[in-house]
Design a protein around this ligand. Structure first.
Ligand code: MV4
Length: 503
C-alpha cells in the first residue's frame, strides 16, 4: 500500500481525502497557496508545502510545482480531488512520467471522455442511449443540415466544455447560424478549441447521475443514482440519493448502461455517468462522464456504506474491488446541501469577510464536510462552496426533517451563506413532493414565496414523516411521480410514504 500521498487540492475535499488517507495509515502531504496558509487542509496534513500566490493558475493549477513537491516529499501517489487538475490528462500523464500513481483514471480515459463528441461516439458503441445529435468533425454547412433533421429547439454545446459550460439553446432556425458563430467564438476563447456539436433540447428533465467504480482487473460496478436537478446556473445546490423519480427497475437499467459507458473507455477508478431523465416519456439519455470524484459523492456513501475515496486509493494501488454488484445495497435516504458564501437574498451575490462565529451541526445522521473555522476568510479567488451538510434518514421524509433540523443548528457568523435558501427549499411543497426538475431553482425567488407559508410546509413534512412511520418502511419505490393538478398537498404527502428501504 502507498506510504505517502499528496493531495493536490484545497478546502473541504482536501480534508476529505486526507481523512481517508489517515484511516488507511498513509502519511499525507498538502500543498497550499499564499491565501491558504492557515487553511484546514494545511493543518490536517502531516506535511504542507507552499506552491504559489492565491490565483489558482499560479498555485493549484501548476503541474510543475506540484510534481516538484511530490518528488521532494517522496510521495507514492497524488489524489487530485475535484476541479483544478482532476480531469487534466496532461497532469495524469505527468504523474506517470514522474513514477507517481495518479489516483484517478488513465490519461487516455480522461481525454476520451473530456472530448464530449468522442465520448458520445465511444459510449454509443456499447448501446448507451444518446440525445439525438451530431457527429464529430462536421463543418458549419453540415451542422446546419443536422440541425434541420433534429429540429428546434436544440442545444449547441462545446465539445471541450462540460458541466453546462459553453452551452446555448437555439429555439428557431433563423437564429441557428448566428448562434453557431457565437458558440464557436465562446468555445475558442474558453477552451482553446472551437469544436461544437448539436443535441435536441430535452426540456423538463431531471439530472440524474450514476456513480461507478472500476478496478484494474476488469471489474466495474455501479453504486446507484444521485438526483442532481436542484441547480442554479449549472451549479448544483442540493443532491440526494436515491432519486424520487427512479424505481428499482430503472435503477438497474441505468446502472448497467453506466457500467457499459465506463467500460467503453476501459475506465479505472471512481467515475460518474450523467443522464437526463424525462419522467413523462420514461426515457433517459447519456450526457457526459465525469472522470473524477464528485462534490456530491457523500450521498452515495451514506446510503451504500461504501467509502468511495478509500476505494479510489485501493483501486489506484492495484487492488480488486471489495464489492461485487450483488453486494451493493442502499439503505435509507441521503440529502446534501452545498453551503456557499453567497447571499441568496441578493441574487446569490458572493459574500466576502471573516467567519467570526462557527457552530456546525452534529447529532444522529448528520455529516459535515467543511473547510470552515473561526477566522476563515471568504475570498473571491476560489469557489464559493465552503462546506457540505449531508444527512441520512430512514426514508426521504426523515432525511428532509433531519436536514431542516441540522440547518437550524448551523451558525456561521460574519459572512452570508446559502443556508436560508436551503431552509426555504426544505420547506417547499414541490421539494417535499419530489416532483421538481432542473427548472426548479430558476422558477423560484428566495424570500418571495406566495404559494404557502413555511408553517404549512413544516406541517406537511411532519405529516409525511408520521405517515411513513405508521405505514411501515417497505421497499416501496414510487416511479414517475406525475402529479395531477387537483391533488391536494395532504394526499400527496400521504403518498410520499416510505420512499426508502433496500434495493
Ligand atoms: C442538456 C439539457 C437539455 N438538453 N442537453 C447541463 C449540464 C451539462 N452536463 C449538460 N446540461 C444539460 N444538457 C440537452 N440536449 C439540459 C441540461 C441541464 C440544464 C439545462 C438548463 C438549466 C439547468 C440544467 C440542469 C441540468 C442539466
Amino acid at each position: 500500500m502507498f506510504k505517502k500521498v499528496l493531495v493536490a487540492n484545497r478546502a473541504e475535499i482536501a480534508v476529505r481525502v486526507l481523512r481517508a488517507c489517515g484511516e488507511r495509515g498513509i502519511s499525507t502531504v498538502a500543498v497550499y497557496s499564499e491565501a491558504d496558509r492557515s487553511a484546514l487542509h494545511v493543518r490536517y496534513a502531516d506535511e504542507a508545502y507552499l506552491i504559489g500566490p492565491a490565483p489558482s493558475r499560479e498555485s493549484y493549477l501548476r503541474i510543475d510545482k506540484i510534481i516538484d513537491v511530490a518528488r521532494k516529499a517522496g510521495v507514492d501517489a497524488i489524489h487530485p480531488g475535484y476541479g483544478f487538475l482532476s480531469e487534466n490528462a496532461e497532469f495524469a500523464a505527468a504523474c506517470a512520467d514522474a513514477g507517481i500513481t495518479f489516483i484517478g483514471p488513465s490519461a487516455d480515459a480522461i481525454e476520451k471522455m473530456g472530448d464530449k463528441i468522442t465520448a458520445r461516439e465511444t459510449v454509443a458503441k456499447r448501446n448507451v442511449p444518446l440525445v439525438p445529435g451530431s457527429a464529430k468533425g462536421l463543418h458549419n454547412e453540415e451542422l446546419a443540415a443536422v440541425a434541420e433533421q433534429i429540429g428546434f429547439p436544440l442545444m449547441i454545446k462545446a465539445s471541450a466544455g462540460g458541466g453546462g459550460k459553453g452551452m446555448r439553446a437555439v429555439y428557431k432556425a433563423e437564429e441557428f447560424q448566428s448562434s453557431l458563430d457565437a458558440a464557436r467564438r465562446e468555445a475558442a476563447s474558453a477552451f482553446g478549441n472551437d469544436e461544437v456539436y448539436l443535441e435536441k433540447l430535452i426540456t423538463n428533465a431531471r439530472h440524474i447521475e450514476i456513480q461507478v467504480l472500476a478496478d484494474r482487473h476488469g471489474n466495474t460496478i455501479h453504486l446507484g443514482e444521485r438526483e442532481c436537478s436542484i441547480q442554479r446556473r449549472h451549479q448544483k445546490l442540493i443532491e440526494e440519493a436515491p432519486s424520487p423519480a427512479v424505481n428499482a427497475e430503472l435503477r438497474e437499467e441505468m446502472g448497467s448502461v453506466a457500467v457499459a459507458a465506463a467500460e467503453s473507455v476501459n475506465y479505472v477508478n471512481a467515475g460518474t455517468i450523467e443522464f437526463l431523465y424525462d419522467a413523462n416519456e420514461h426515457k433517459y439519455y447519456f450526457l457526459e462522464m465525469n472522470t473524477r470524484l464528485q462534490v456530491e459523492h457523500p450521498v452515495t456513501e451514506m446510503v451504500t456504506g461504501v467509502d468511495i475515496v478509500k476505494e479510489q486509493i485501493a483501486i489506484a494501488d492495484g487492488r480488486r474491488l471489495r464489492y461485487r454488484q450483488q453486494d451493493v445495497a442502499a439503505k435509507g435516504w441521503s440529502i446534501e446541501c452545498r453551503i456557499t458564501t453567497e447571499d441568496p437574498h441578493s441574487n446569490f451575490m458572493p459574500s466576502t469577510g471573516t467567519v467570526t462565529y462557527l457552530k456546525e451541526p452534529t447529532g444522529p445522521g448528520v455529516r459535515v464536510e467543511s473547510a470552515l473555522y473561526r477566522g476563515f476568510e471568504s475570498s473571491l479567488y476560489y469557489d464559493p462552496m465552503v462546506a457540505k451538510l449531508i444527512v441520512l434518514g430512514d426514508n426521504r421524509a426523515e432525511a428532509i426533517l433531519r436536514m431542516r433540523r441540522a440547518l437550524s443548528e448551523y451558525r456561521i457568523g460574519g459572512i452570508k451563506t446559502s443556508i436560508p435558501f436551503h431552509q426555504e427549499i426544505m420547506d417547499s411543497t414541490e421539494f417535499i413532493w419530489g416532483t421538481f426538475d432542473t427548472s426548479f431553482v430558476s422558477r423560484r425567488t428566495v424570500g418571495k414565496r406566495t404559494n404557502h407559508t413555511p408553517e404549512f410546509a413544516r406541517v406537511a413534512a411532519v405529516a409525511a414523516a408520521l405517515i411513513a412511520e405508521e405505514e411501515g418502511r417497505q421497499a416501496v419505490h414510487i416511479g414517475g411521480n406525475q402529479r395531477s393538478e387537483n391533488d391536494s398537498t395532504w394526499k400527496r404527502s400521504g403518498r410520499m410514504r416510505a420512499q426508502g428501504g433496500l434495493w
